[in-house]
Design a protein around this ligand. Structure first.
Ligand SMILES: *Cc1c(COP(=O)(O)O)cnc(C)c1O
Length: 455
C-alpha cells in the first residue's frame, strides 16, 4: 500500500458543495483500481493514456439487459452494434454471450465474418452497401435491412442474376415523439413509403421479407417512444399478412438506449435519470404483447443496443501534463487525453477521478487535452481536487464510440487493454507508432531523395 502524503492540517470554511435541494455535493474521490487491478500498474505497463475495458462489466451488463427482456417476452435476440465498439475482443465477448452482429458497412461485415458470426446471424444495416457487399450478403443469406429504393432495385436486379432468395427487412422511420426525427434512414411510415416498399418487395416472388426494422435515434431517454415504434411496425406486419399472407418473423427496434453518461447541460446526473433496462423492456414488451399477431405467432424481438451495453465497461486512464492559470485566473489542467481520442467529450460531462489520494482541496477547473486546438476541452469547469503534474486520473464510462470514432490527429492512438474475469490483463489493440504510418504512406519517387532544404 502506498503511504499517504502528509498534509498539514488546515481549518476550512465549509463552502464547497453547498447543500441544495438534492443534498450536498460530494467531493470527487480517487478511484485507484478497476476490477481490483491497480490503475497505476496498468499505466506503468501499457503507457499513458490507456483505454481499459472490463470483461466482467461487459458480461454483467449484457446479462442484465438480456434478462430484462427475456423475463417479459419469449423470443429475444440481441445483435451487437459493431460501430459502437468493433474491437474484435469486445465483439467476441458479446457473441459468446449469444449476440448476433449488426453491421453498417462492408468493413464491419468482414469483421463480423472474421469473428466467426454465422452469416445468417449478421444484420446488414445502413445506407452504404456496395453492389459487392450485397452480392456477398445475398449469397451468405445474411439479413439485409434495406435503406432506400435504389438499394431495393439493386437487390431485385441481383436476385435475377444470382438466382438466390435474399433475406430482407426494411428500415422504417417514423414519428415517435422524438425530435428531430431521424427520417434520413429507411422508408417513412406516415407518408406510406414503407408500405410501398413492402409492396414492391412482395410483388417480387423471389425475395423473402422476414423482418421490419427501425432505429429511432440514440440516447433516447423516453422509453414510450419505443412503444410507439412497436405499434407502427406491428401495424405494418399485420397489413403485410392481410395483403400477402406473409408472416413477419422479427421486429427489430434498433438501438438508442441511453447510458449513464450525463449530457452536457443536463440538470440532473444521468445516473439519476436514465431509464433502466427494465424500464425500456417494460415499454417495449408491453407494446408487443398487446398486439394480435396473425395466428398468434409472435415475432422475435431484435435489439441492436450499443451504447448502453458497453459505455460502463470502458475507462480511460491518463496523466496530468501541467497546471496553469487562464488570463482570468481560472484554474486549467492540461491532460494527455484529448478530443482526438474522446470525441464524445463534445456532448458528455464525463465523470473524472484522481487515481490516487490527492489534496483535500478542490477548485473549479477546466481540463484541456494536449492538442494545439482551442476546442480540445475534456471537461469544463469541474470542481476538481488539485492534482500535480504527473498525477494520474481516470475517466469513467468511455466504452461507447470512443474506440471507433477516435482520430489520428497530432498524436498516436493509445493501447487498449482488457481485464478478463480473472483480473488478467490483455493488450487487445496496440497503440500506434511511426511504423504504422510508414506502412500506409507512399512517398513519390521524385521526393525520395534526401531533402535538401532550400535557403
Ligand atoms: C448506431 C446504431 C445502433 C446502436 O445505437 P446505440 O445508440 O449505440 O444503442 C443500432 N442500430 C443501428 C442501425 C445503428 O445505426
Amino acid at each position: 500500500m502506498n503511504k499517504k502524503i502528509y498534509e498539514r492540517p488546515i481549518l476550512r470554511k465549509v463552502v464547497e458543495g453547498m447543500p441544495n435541494k438534492f443534498g450536498s455535493m460530494k467531493r470527487i474521490r480517487p478511484i485507484n483500481t478497476i476490477d481490483n487491478v491497480l490503475i497505476d500498474d496498468i499505466i506503468d505497463s501499457y503507457g499513458s493514456p490507456v483505454f481499459i475495458l472490463s470483461e466482467k462489466t461487459i458480461r454483467d451488463t449484457y446479462k442484465s439487459a438480456y434478462r430484462a427482456f427475456s423475463n417479459r417476452y419469449p423470443k429475444v435476440q440481441f445483435a451487437w452494434s459493431y460501430k459502437t465498439n468493433y474491437l474484435d475482443a469486445v465483439c467476441r465477448i458479446f457473441h459468446s454471450e449469444g449476440s448476433w452482429a449488426e453491421v453498417v458497412s462492408g468493413f464491419e461485415y468482414e469483421k463480423a465474418l472474421a469473428n466467426h458470426v454465422p452469416c445468417n446471424k449478421i444484420i446488414f444495416n445502413g445506407p452504404d452497401k456496395s453492389k459487392n457487399d450485397l452480392v456477398k450478403a445475398i449469397q451468405n443469406k445474411s439479413l439485409i435491412h434495406i435503406d432506400h429504393f435504389d438499394e431495393l432495385y439493386t437487390i431485385i436486379q441481383l436476385t435475377d442474376e444470382l438466382n438466390e432468395r435474399p433475406q430482407v427487412a426494411i428500415r422504417v422511420n417514423m414519428d415517435t415523439g422524438i425530435y428531430p426525427q431521424w427520417d434520413r434512414f429507411g422508408f417513412n411510415y406516415e407518408n406510406g413509403e414503407a408500405w410501398n416498399a413492402i409492396n414492391r418487395i412482395l410483388t417480387n416472388s423471389k425475395i423473402d421479407l422476414i423482418g421490419l426494422h427501425t432505429h429511432i435515434g440514440t440516447y433516447i431517454t423516453v422509453s414510450k417512444a419505443y412503444a410507439i415504434a412497436i405499434e407502427k411496425l406491428a401495424s405494418l406486419a399485420n397489413k403485410t399478412f392481410e395483403r400477402f399472407k406473409t408472416t413477419i418473423k422479427y421486429i427489430d427496434v434498433g438501438g438508442g438506449f441511453a447510458s449513464q453518461n450525463t449530457l452536457q447541460g443536463a440538470y440532473l446526473p444521468a445516473t439519476d435519470t436514465t431509464p433502466s433496462f427494465d424500464d425500456y423492456a417494460h415499454a417495449i414488451t408491453t407494446a408487443l404483447t398487446s398486439v394480435n399477431f396473425p395466428n398468434n405467432e409472435v415475432p422475435t424481438l431484435i435489439l441492436e443496443t450499443g451504447r448502453a451495453l458497453i459505455d460502463e465497461a470502458g475507462w480511460l486512464a491518463g496523466t496530468v501534463l501541467a497546471n496553469k492559470r487562464l488570463a482570468d485566473g481560472h484554474r486549467a489542467m492540461v491532460l494527455d487525453v484529448g478530443v482526438n481520442i474522446m470525441f464524445t467529450a463534445f456532448w458528455y460531462d464525463y465523470e473524472i477521478h484522481p487515481v490516487n489520494e490527492s489534496s483535500f482541496q478542490s477548485e473549479p477547473t477546466t481540463m484541456y487535452g494536449p492538442l494545439c486546438m482551442n476546442i480540445d476541452v475534456i471537461r469544463k469547469n469541474i470542481d476538481f481536487p488539485l492534482l500535480n503534474k504527473d498525477d494520474r486520473f481516470v475517466i469513467k464510462r468511455v466504452g461507447a464510440y470512443t474506440m471507433t470514432q477516435w482520430m489520428q490527429f497530432i498524436t498516436y492512438r493509445p493501447n487498449v487493454v482488457l481485464i478478463d474475469e480473472k483480473g488478467k490483463l490483455h493488450l487487445i489493440r496496440k497503440g500506434e507508432d511511426k511504423e504504422v504510418f510508414r506502412k500506409q504512406e507512399i512517398v513519390p519517387k521524385h521526393l525520395l531523395e534526401k531533402a535538401e532544404l532550400k535557403n
